[in-house]
Design a protein around this ligand. Structure first.
Ligand SMILES: CC(C)(COP(=O)(O)OP(=O)(O)OC[C@H]1O[C@@H](n2cnc3c(N)ncnc32)[C@H](O)[C@@H]1OP(=O)(O)O)[C@@H](O)C(=O)NCCC(=O)NCCS
Length: 153
C-alpha cells in the first residue's frame, strides 16, 4: 500500500486543518469569544472528520467530555482547531480536540473525548469496520444516504 502523506499543520499528532475568524456575532456579553460558537465549530469539524474516517454521512455526536476554557479570543483573532482520532470502536470513533488562538498562540481548550457513532439506515449504531486513521479521502461516501445526492463514479 502507498505511504500516506502526513498533514503539514500538526502538534502532538493533532491535525490543525480548520481556521476560523472571530466575528462580531461570535462574541459574548464580555466582548470575548462566545464558548457556544467555538463548540459549534468543533462539533461541525468533528462531524466532518468522523464522516471522512468512517465513510458514513450518518455519524452523530454521542459524547463530549469535560471542557475547561483556558484562554479566550477577541474579535478579529484567528482560531485553529485540531482533531485526532484516538480510538476506533465497533460503531464509534473517539477523537481528541484542541483549539488555539493563532494570534496570542495560547491554547483555548482541550477536549479529551468526542465520541461519534456511525448509524445505519435504521438510525441504529452500525459497525464501521475501521481500525486506523486515514489521511486520504479513500473512505468518502459516494452517495448521500438521506438525499441520494453526491453520486460519484
Ligand atoms: C447515537 C445513538 C443511536 C446511540 O445509541 P446507544 O443506545 O447509546 O448505542 P450503544 O449503547 O450501542 O453505543 C454505541 C456506541 O457508543 C458508545 N457510547 C455509548 N455511550 C457512550 C458514552 N456515554 N460515552 C462514550 N461512548 C459511548 C458505545 O461504547 C458504543 O461504541 P462501540 O460500538 O464502538 O463500542 C443514540 O444515543 C442517539 O440517537 N443519540 C442522539 C445522537 C444525536 O442526535 N446527536 C446529535 C446531538 S443532539
Amino acid at each position: 500500500m502507498a505511504k500516506q502523506k502526513e498533514p503539514t499543520w500538526s502538534e502532538d499528532g493533532l491535525n490543525f486543518r480548520t481556521r476560523k475568524w472571530v466575528r462580531p456575532e461570535d462574541l459574548n456579553a464580555n466582548g470575548s469569544l462566545f464558548g457556544g460558537s467555538l463548540l459549534k465549530w468543533i462539533d461541525e469539524e468533528a462531524a466532518i472528520y468522523a464522516i471522512v474516517q468512517l465513510g458514513n454521512h450518518r455519524a452523530v455526536t454521542k459524547h463530549i467530555s469535560e471542557i475547561t476554557f483556558e484562554a479566550s479570543a477577541v474579535q478579529g483573532d484567528l482560531i485553529e482547531i485540531g482533531l485526532k482520532a484516538t480510538h476506533f470502536g465497533t460503531t464509534s470513533l473517539t477523537m481528541r480536540a484542541v483549539a488555539r488562538n493563532m494570534i496570542t498562540r495560547k491554547r483555548i481548550l482541550t477536549i479529551d473525548k468526542i465520541v461519534f457513532v456511525s448509524l445505519g439506515d435504521d438510525g441504529k449504531p452500525t459497525p464501521h469496520g475501521y481500525r486506523e486513521i486515514t489521511y486520504d479521502r479513500d473512505r468518502m461516501p459516494t452517495e448521500h444516504a438521506v438525499t441520494g445526492t453526491i453520486r460519484l463514479p
